[in-house]
Design a protein around this ligand. Structure first.
Ligand code: PEP
Ligand code: MN
Length: 454
């Protein structure tokens, strides 16, 4: 049951409601919104306090028909925000928070390298498993406490808050000392003792969806944490088990808009466990962002093929960088005012007035080059169309041998900062675009030939 106070209700009126609830052996969860205070009443037989509707300062009493109460939108009509560490907030509209790092902490060096890299690319939270809930008891189980120490050191060095999975209720105190966010894993979503224990923590909890759980069961698991006194719960969709075997799990992205209708809690999508395969991670990460997730949880490893857990689904540094670029291009991840992401790393030159004048000069040269480049590729394409016309409108109009030669030349080129591969990618794109214009011209020519004569 939810007791909604009037915007004008006084502190004393709120206290009187709370007292009445507690006198009936029920629990009251007071949540102060921007406009008004709402009191969630939970316990057996809440109807006993239905008369609260006539108390001073009370606007209305709503019976929540959903089995979850504190997680419901009725209890908290505004979307909740959860603070991660000192500087990051999850649940801010249009601000996607990327959490990244290895599946498990394997060594100090592996974690530090990854931490620096993901931060450099714009991740805001560092992940790393210390206690791994593995399907087989014979596989790597995590480094345990030493991994937590390494995570704490990485936080110290990078300033990023850290998240790690807690598997044992007895470990909650230790986690509280070392990490900023406690993760409850998919296999433990129904571990009610653990849920109650993390409900006592002063840190936020990221609750993964059980791989065989419905959304309602998931929200009821969140309810265990909330009703134990911890209001900072984050839901993480990480894929469910279905009949499909092409992916490790079926990432249920429709859960995101469904949750939006039902709960105020922030939502994170984990495309790594959701797909289990490296090439699928970036597309599903973009899809998760598009469908309205507040955050993404992504596994990144310096050497995925040799990772001690979940290497198949871990992105390399380069792949993670590409994904972050794409998230920025699509404006899911914010950049600072200059359109680039600052990670607080010292710049080589230092930002003096002279170097910033220099920077402006270099940028305007790049702008000028980009303009010329656009004109040049257009000119190249229009010559390619002339060639095609000379050969007869509907002809293929391109010379495969000459194209191959061009690509081979590019592959042998080593005179600048671009590698032969990068140069080949550019010429490949130019040729593809040019071919596409030629195909359009051929189609138009063929349509003219087959048009009936009037
Ligand atoms: C993990 O995040 O590494 C993990 C074990 O996830 P899940 O609980 O979703 O399998
Ligand atoms: Mn993993």
């Amino acid at each position: 049951m939810i007791v909604v106070m009037r915007p004008t209700a006084t502190r004393e009126e709120v206290s009187a409601v709370r007292r009445a609830v507690e006198e009936h052996g029920l629990e009251a969860f007071v949540s102060e919104g921007e406009e008004r205070t709402v009191i969630g009443v939970v316990g057996a037989d809440v109807d006993r306090v239905a008369h609260l509707g006539s108390y001073p300062g009370v606007d209305q009493v709503i019976r929540v028909t959903q089995p979850f109460k504190l997680a419901s939108v009725e209890h908290h009509p505004e979307r909740s925000r959860v603070r991660l560490g000192d500087a990051t907030e999850l649940g801010v509209p249009d601000e996607l928070v990327v959490m990244a790092g290895p599946c498990s902490v394997e060594s100090r060096d592996q974690l530090m390298q990854t931490a620096r890299w993901v931060r450099h690319e714009g991740a805001r939270v560092l992940r790393g498993g210390a206690f791994k809930p593995r399907t087989s008891p014979y596989t790597f189980q995590g480094l345990g406490i030493p991994a937590l120490e390494i995570l704490a050191e990485a936080r110290e060095q990078t300033g990023m808050p850290v998240i790690s999975e807690v598997t044992d209720p007895a470990d909650v105190d230790i986690f509280d000392r070392y990490v900023d966010v406690l993760q409850v894993g998919s296999r433990n979503m129904h571990n009610f003792v653990l849920l109650r224990a993390v409900g006592q923590s002063r840190h936020p909890v990221l609750l993964k969806r059980g791989f065989g759980s419905t959304i309602e069961e998931w929200l009821l698991a969140a309810e265990y944490i909330l009703s134990s006194g911890n209001p900072n719960v984050i839901l993480c969709e990480r894929g469910i088990r279905t009949f499909e075997t092409a992916t490790r799990n079926t990432l249920d992205l429709s859960a995101v808009p469904v949750l939006r209708q039902k709960t105020h809690l922030p939502i994170v999508v984990d495309p790594s466990h959701g797909t289990g395969q490296r090439p699928l991670v970036a597309p599903m990460a973009l899809a998760g962002a598009a469908v309205g997730a507040d955050g993404l949880l992504i596994e990144v490893h310096p050497d995925p093929p040799n990772a001690r857990s979940d290497g198949d689904q871990s992105l390399s540094f380069e792949e993670f960088g590409d994904l972050m670029d794409e998230l920025r291009r699509l404006q899911f991840v914010r950049t600072n005012g200059n359109g680039h992401h600052g990670d607080g790393m010292p710049t080589e030159a230092g930002a003096t007035a002279a170097s910033s004048a220099n920077l402006d000069e270099l940028r305007s040269r790049i702008d000028e080059l980009d303009e010329r480049l656009a004109l040049i590729v257009q000119e190249r394409a229009s010559i390619a169309l002339d060639v095609q016309r000379l050969r007869g409108g509907a002809s293929h109009g391109h010379d495969v041998a000459r194209e191959r030669e061009l690509l081979e030349r590019a592959a042998g080129e080593d005179g600048g900062p671009l590698t032969p591969d990068e140069l080949t990618a550019i010429f490949g794109a130019v040729l593809r675009a040019s071919r596409s214009a030629q195909r359009r011209q051929a189609r138009a020519a063929m349509a003219r030939v087959t048009e009936p004569v009037a």
